[in-house]
Design a protein around this ligand. Structure first.
Ligand code: F1P
Length: 347
């Protein structure tokens, strides 16, 4: 992951529309709305990007799974920039959704994709290549973190073009981006602690994942990884939704993985954690180093090395991927070739 991120950002020394291709400078300054279309893990990258695009660039953003959008009788808004996200650039549903949007009159299209020669990159007006290298496993891992990196760069670029990101903020974002590979290395050093959790998880058949705000899509991704490679039934919820249904599932047998960065939603999240503990649920918390959440009876805490501000979702993804990986290894499943799944869903 650190190498993939390094390869994805080598030329980013300022947030410039030229990063998105020759048409970037002509098109991106005029963008007032965004529609993101993708499938699976790439869809979750889109959900995370919505938070960035709205909070950093102040551009209203919709995100929809491509497999639904392609068949939906939607009200077209041809002014909107359509962003398609895909590791392979060959996912049939995402390509069909892109063509559907183009038929509805969308001319401004941008691919965030790992494969320069893919159908998706050929079909779109602009592209950002993620340079994640070849992914061997079916389940997307470094493709996801590089997609997030690309989408953050897009949000910062649009924010700068729209007067929402000043020079000091740009410099701070660039500094954080460049430090990401080192920060990820520190996260990878948590692996022994994650392995000890995975022993417990490998004996479970269900798990809940909670996150809030920017980290809700990361909780979704953590649950998907666990499902895909260890075949444990896992669901993710925005933590505030617990009391609207999922709390009924919480018993002593239910592990509840909580993505708990030290952001403005932390106090709300802590009260959601208390709701879980009150029902006997076992909390497995990924907390930032400066967070006052202590391990105690029923609360297991792994501390992330540092709080990473708006880029925190990228760091918080990796321990969830490792948890899924080691749980799958402990269960003896084939992590690279999960049953029933294909690397590229081209039909
Ligand atoms: C989309 C996706 C992946 C998933 C699996 C099946 O692929 O759903 O997220 O891990 O490989 O396909 P892509 O459009 O990102 O290539």
């Amino acid at each position: 992951q650190p190498q993939a991120i390094t390869d994805t950002i080598p030329a980013v020394d300022a947030f410039s529309p030229a990063l998105f291709g020759e048409r970037g400078a002509a098109v991106l300054p005029g963008i007032q709305r965004i529609l993101i279309l993708a499938c699976g893990t790439s869809y979750y990258a889109g959900l995370c990007a919505k938070y960035w695009l709205e909070s950093i660039a102040r551009i209203p953003t919709e995100v929809e799974v491509a497999s639904e959008y392609r068949y939906r009788d939607s009200v077209p808004n041809p002014e909107a920039l359509v962003i398609t996200i895909s590791q392979s650039g060959e996912t049939a549903d995402t390509l069909a959704a892109l063509k559907h949007a183009q038929q509805l009159g969308h001319t401004h299209t941008l691919a965030v994709c790992n494969v320069a020669s893919s159908a998706m990159v050929r079909l779109t007006e602009m592209a950002f290549l993620t340079h994640a290298g070849r992914e061997i496993g079916v389940a997307s891992t470094k493709a996801f973190t590089t997609q997030l990196t690309a989408l953050f760069i897009l949000a910062a670029t649009l924010g700068k073009l729209h007067g929402q990101v000043d020079a000091a903020t740009e410099a701070a974002y660039l500094k954080q981006l460049r430090h990401l590979p080192a920060a990820l290395n520190s996260v990878l050093a948590l692996e022994p602690q994650i392995i000890s959790w995975s022993e417990e998880f490998s004996r479970k058949e269900n798990a809940l994942f909670l996150g809030r705000g920017l980290h809700y899509p990361i909780a979704l991704e953590g649950a998907l990884k666990l499902k895909e490679i260890s075949y444990i039934h896992a669901e993710a919820y925005p933590a505030g939704e617990l009391k609207h249904g999922p709390l009924a599932l919480v018993t002593e047998a239910m592990p509840v993985v909580t993505v708990a960065p030290n952001d403005t939603l932390l106090e709300k999240l802590k009260s959601n954690m208390q709701e879980v503990r009150a029902r006997g649920g076992q909390l497995y918390v990924f907390a930032d180093a400066d967070t006052h959440i202590e391990s105690s009876d029923g609360i297991h805490v792994i501390r992330m090395p540092e709080h990473y501000g708006p880029l925190s979702p990228i760091l918080h993804t990796v321990p969830l991927q490792l948890l899924a990986y080691h749980t799958a290894c402990a269960r003896g499943t084939d992590v690279d070739k999960p049953r029933n799944l294909a690397k590229s869903v081209t039909v």
